[in-house]
Design a binder for this molecule. Sequence first.
Ligand SMILES: Cc1ncc(COP(=O)(O)O)c(C=O)c1O
Length: 444
Amino acid sequence: MTTDTTKIPNSLEEHWMPFTSNRDFKENPRLITEAKGVYLKNHHGKMMIDASSGLFCNPLGHGRKEITNAVTKQLEQLDYVQPFQQGFGGSFELARRIVKHTPGNLNRIFYTICGSTAVETAIKIVIAYHKARGQGQRFRFVGRERAYHGMNIGATSVGGMINNVKTFASILMPGVLHMRHTHLPEHKFIKGQPSTGAEMAEDLERICMNFGSENIAACIVEPVAGSTGTLVPPKGYLKRLREICDKHGIVLIFDEVITGWGRMGSAFASQEFGVTPDIITMAKATTNGVVPMGAVAVKEEIYDAVMDASPKGAVELFHGYTYSGIPVAVAAALAVQDIFEKEDIFNKAKAMSPYFLDGLFSLKDLSVVDNIRGYGMMGGIDIKLKEKPGRAGFECFKSCYEAGVNFKATGDCLIIAPQFICEKKHIDEIIEKLRAGISNYMKK
Ligand SMILES: Cc1ncc(COP(=O)(O)O)c(C=O)c1O
């Protein structure tokens, strides 16, 4: 007999939930029992609209038959292959499909398990690359304040969210430096890219000056910072980072775990903003979120340098995971690629973006709304501080959940990232329910 996992469990105590106020949750749980298209059903039987594509990972909607069928077929035919010194055709085919979309010559794909492992893999590839070229002294990584890159040691170290860092400060990577974030006080209610703030990129030049550019391995940024509330890069900022990296031989990594696969309106934010990094990390929407998978796209010169540094027959990079590019993840990702093409999904996202952003900005009149930002199919609504950071955001999130709209809140920011299959009526529903939820919060 199988267990019905959609039922309310007998005990909530044993599961230590991630990034959750466990005690608060267990007193008043929010359990999801079904998901279909743009809707979720909770354990009270109430339908809610999914306004953040899960955790920015299901842009194609929930319950896609094409993906379920591909995964089922794969499991029946070939459920697992060990990925070291062995392989199967699908992962090569998927890499070919992915590099059709990556910019420049980022044509080599290393599979990982998730976004965090993609970032950690990128860090290791950078070190291996510099060593291969006789530049092993480059050990410093430059991240940015308000960045989220995941939660293993590498990703936590280059991240820039203080609550994620302070408990673990003693075990983080040495030598990591942070640029300031680009969210300036004058960036109020700006739709799209702010026209001021490109000079924040000079922080990288300053770090080069103070710490020796010859010691710096890579600079990693999210082109648009997602988890801290859609911080859109000022015009010219990413281009300037690229110039500084080129000048000093620093590898530029774009972490596109959220922005990749159409969220900004192009396949990658790199194309949207016209700046090509040396490495891109991706995860989430790669499989529409249904099977864990991440990937690192690397430019050919980096791959070639690492290959050429080892004799033929040797393992060139001592790195990999049991679940690197396993059949079930590949099957889901290939089905996702088919849907991207068949439904012209990136253009669909681009076409819906103005309507979505107009809707989001229409919430400006609510007195507790402190700021709104947005680009593509993602936006952030800052709620005015209440007593201490995070309280307003969390209360507002709960009130919106009651009103029938689900999303991710970080601190006092509500992050809204609709699915790309949304029609205008769904966007309208998201905005109406946000208005109701925020208004109810104001009355409490
Ligand atoms: C930009 C970015 N990088 C990395 C990660 C980590 O991904 P994962 O949770 O799959 O490890 C995230 C997760 O939200 C992210 O937003």
